[in-house]
Design a protein around this ligand. Structure first.
Ligand code: ZN
Length: 262
């Protein structure tokens, strides 16, 4: 049930028996030349659409912008930063809270959003509500380890194939990550913006465009290359994640709220 399609009286009726809401949160950012910039928006939207067939939980409009500073060097990427996302999400949740929503489920499409979501989760907890953060790509990898993947790899490519295979630019599927040891060969590339020194991973925040011109980056998930993606994988995976969220929501909505109103 999409909030945008309801009127206020229907929302009042809904709240008499259920105070749970799902808020998809995405990001518009480079995922490699083979993938669309809206990957982290379109996959959660597709999961929400599948979920709508399995659950009566209200789905709020998707937050299309996220915190993605490290990818901001690629044309078309837009970041509102962690602070920006905290403000947007907190405003959305505070208004929903005012109307009576108390169980918030974030359907997250992008790892960089996590810090902001955690912050808003604690904010809501202190007001006597719960927030559950559902990172779809991590959930998928735990539901089926063969689905586990990283940024722009097989997992996300399969997810977009489930949305619309025509969104994948197949001529770029075979491009390598093209990683550069931008800090020198003594501090070789590790994963995302980490380097690996003496076998230990150290984070050095910097722009991904300085590490690779391509922008799909699954180094920590070796083997998750985009070429292994299939539409069938994508459909099964997003269906399984939607099933999981429907089941989870049935339990989450029944949890007794924290007695923490401050
Ligand atoms: Zn992504």
């Amino acid at each position: 049930m999409y909030l945008a399609r309801m009127n206020y009286r229907e929302v009042e009726e809904y709240l008499k028996t259920n105070d749970t809401i799902i808020i998809p949160v995405g990001s518009i950012e480079n995922h490699g030349l083979h993938m669309p910039l809206g990957t982290d928006i379109m996959i959660p939207d597709k999961i929400a659409q599948l979920l709508d067939e399995k659950s009566d939980i209200v789905i709020a409009p998707t937050v299309n912008y996220g915190a993605t500073e490290d990818l901001a060097g690629f044309a078309g990427t837009i970041s509102i930063g962690t602070e920006g996302l905290i403000m947007v999400l907190r405003s959305i949740c505070d208004h929903l809270y005012r109307h009576g929503f108390r169980h918030f489920m974030i359907l997250n499409g992008h790892g960089g959003n996590t810090a902001a979501i955690q912050t808003v989760g604690i904010h809501l907890y202190r007001k006597g509500a719960y927030l559950a953060n559902l990172n779809w790509w991590l959930m998928a990898g735990q539901i089926n380890p063969e689905w586990a993947g990283g940024h722009g790899g097989g997992e996300e490519t399969a997810g977009i194939m489930a949305v619309d295979p025509g969104l994948i630019k197949t001529e770029y599927l075979n491009l390598p990550e093209g990683i550069r040891n931008d800090l020198g060969d003594d501090l070789p590339y590790g994963a995302w913006t980490n380097i690996l020194y003496k076998g230990v991973s150290v984070t050095v925040p910097r722009e991904v465009k300085d590490i690779t011109d391509n922008g799909w980056l699954v180094h920590s998930f070796k083997g998750d290359v985009p070429t292994r993606a299939t539409p069938k994988w994508g459909r099964e995976m997003l269906e399984a994640v939607a099933d999981y969220i429907a089941d989870f929501g049935n339990h989450f909505r029944k949890t007794t709220l924290p007695d923490r109103i401050v």
